[in-house]
Design a protein around this ligand. Structure first.
Ligand SMILES: *Cc1c(COP(=O)(O)O)cnc(C)c1O
Length: 346
């Protein structure tokens, strides 16, 4: 049994893939066609394929959860499908209809259902992506593309309990700018984040946080996660979507869950200078990052070249851990899904 083997191996995130992949092909004349589930394996690409030269690519990330009764669910996959359409639009790739996105994900999950881990906090991570495959070195939107979904069993993101991360705020580089591709989920944004991420690691930090690149810079997000701050007075604040921040589905779900509690939560432009003074005065009690892969990650330390501050003594905060538990409980079918966020896949 694959699952049994996996349980023992507890592979590192994103290193093991299931037996199959979902594929759909597009060309400008015929549109989307030829949906198939094939053996997982290397792609055949012409070396002139546009994606290899101009980075015309978008992707998504979502999970399939096996509930206690054996049913398999995903969390707000329609939102992923819609974001995929918006990302594709920005990268001049074709729109994949929501139903085709959901169908391609469900087909793969049903085929590789035995791969879905059942341990606590484990899931099957699904990675849909779209690449421009036309062999053409001219600079214009490609007339051929492929949509592919691969799947990777993911154990608990934090093995050995949730650990706060340390965050380095980079003043030197931005991942996105006004009018750029920051709102699109595209590989290029990640490529731009790798050098600052490496520098953050060299400074001894786990992750890098990006600013908006203006003269009076504001906090945006991490390379792949949105951020929230919990104030000592109980209010919560997160950077407002600016055009260069990725619209996280975890972010929007958490905004809803916080509002449901009757807690005041606002989306604001948070200037770095403001944040720094709120940290120094103790106005900020907790901070966390959020995204599909790690769900909610406490931030225990925040620094740039001018300050270095522990948040909540470097420990996971209560509010942070409560929200984390509520969200993972909903995803795993342990609490009522009162917003209708779960979609059954199998
Ligand atoms: C995917 C992503 C997130 C998190 O989005 P979720 O929908 O919550 O997984 C945040 N920031 C960036 C840059 C991302 O690519």
């Amino acid at each position: 049994m694959k699952n049994a083997k996996l349980l023992k191996a507890n592979p590192k995130f994103g290193t093991v893939f299931t037996d199959h992949m979902s594929v759909m092909s597009w060309n400008a004349d015929q549109g989307w066609a030829n949906h198939r589930v094939t053996q997982y394996g290397p792609l055949q690409l012409d070396p002139a394929a546009a994606v290899l030269h101009y980075g015309q690519e978008v992707f998504e990330g979502l999970k399939a959860y096996k509930h206690a009764d054996g049913s398999v669910w995903s969390f707000r996959p329609e939102a992923n499908a819609q974001r995929y359409i918006r990302s594709a639009y920005r990268l001049a790739l074709p729109e994949l209809p929501v139903q085709d996105f959901l169908g391609s994900v469900a087909a793969l999950v049903r085929m590789d259902i035995d791969w879905i881990p059942t341990q606590e906090e484990a899931s099957l991570y699904l990675r849909p992506f779209m690449i421009a495959t036309e062999a053409f070195l001219g600079v214009r939107p490609a007339r051929e593309a492929e949509h592919i979904v691969i799947a990777s069993p993911a154990g608990p993101y934090f093995s050995g309990g949730v650990k706060p991360v340390s965050i380095w705020i980079t003043q030197e580089y931005a991942r996105a700018g006004h009018g750029g591709t920051g709102e699109a989920k595209c590989g290029g944004n990640y490529a731009a984040s790798l050098l600052p991420q490496t520098q953050a690691a060299q400074h001894g930090f786990d992750q890098v946080c990006f600013l908006d690149g203006t003269d009076n810079p504001a906090i945006e997000e991490l390379g792949g996660m949105n951020v929230f701050f919990v104030k000592a007075n109980g209010d919560v604040v997160t950077p407002a979507l600016s055009g260069s921040i990725l619209h996280g589905i975890t972010r929007s779900s958490i905004l809803q869950l916080i509002a449901d509690r009757g807690v005041k939560v606002t989306e604001e432009r948070i200037q770095l200078t403001q944040l720094k003074s709120m940290l120094e005065s103790g106005e900020i009690a907790e901070a966390f990052a959020c995204g599909t892969a790690a769900v909610v990650t406490p931030i225990g330390r925040l620094a740039d070249t001018t300050f270095d501050i522990a948040i909540n003594d470097g420990e996971p905060g209560k509010f942070t851990m409560d929200i984390r538990e509520e969200l993972t409980d909903i995803q795993n079918g342990r609490r009522p899904d009162r917003h209708g966020w779960l979609t059954r896949l199998a």
